[in-house]
Design a protein. Structure first.
Length: 91
């Protein structure tokens, strides 16, 4: 068995990290699961209309995939905006 270690960061370090994410990507930390307003739970409830505790494997997979897509699409749009504004060379 392998041991898992947990790194605890001071609250100020977490706030600094959240501020950096907000500045770099235009959105702060994303609640993926574990909260009633998290992306994963919302997709299970509103897209599949299923209780997260009763979801099957396929429903859980699709909700996770849609949640990741939501985060990536927001960041992709911001990246494209930056590319259009700065007009960098791309290969």
């Amino acid at each position: 068995m392998s041991e898992q270690s947990t790194v605890l960061l001071p609250r100020s370090a977490l706030a600094d990290a959240a501020g950096e994410l907000l500045e770099q990507y235009g959105c702060g930390p994303v609640r993926f699961s574990g909260h009633s307003d998290a992306l994963y739970e919302r997709h299970l409830l509103f897209d599949d209309v299923v209780d997260p505790l009763a979801a099957g494997g396929r429903e859980r997979f699709e909700a996770a995939a849609r949640s990741v897509r939501d985060v990536l699409s927001q960041r992709w749009v911001r990246t494209e905006r930056t590319y259009n504004r700065l007009n960098p060379k791309r290969i």
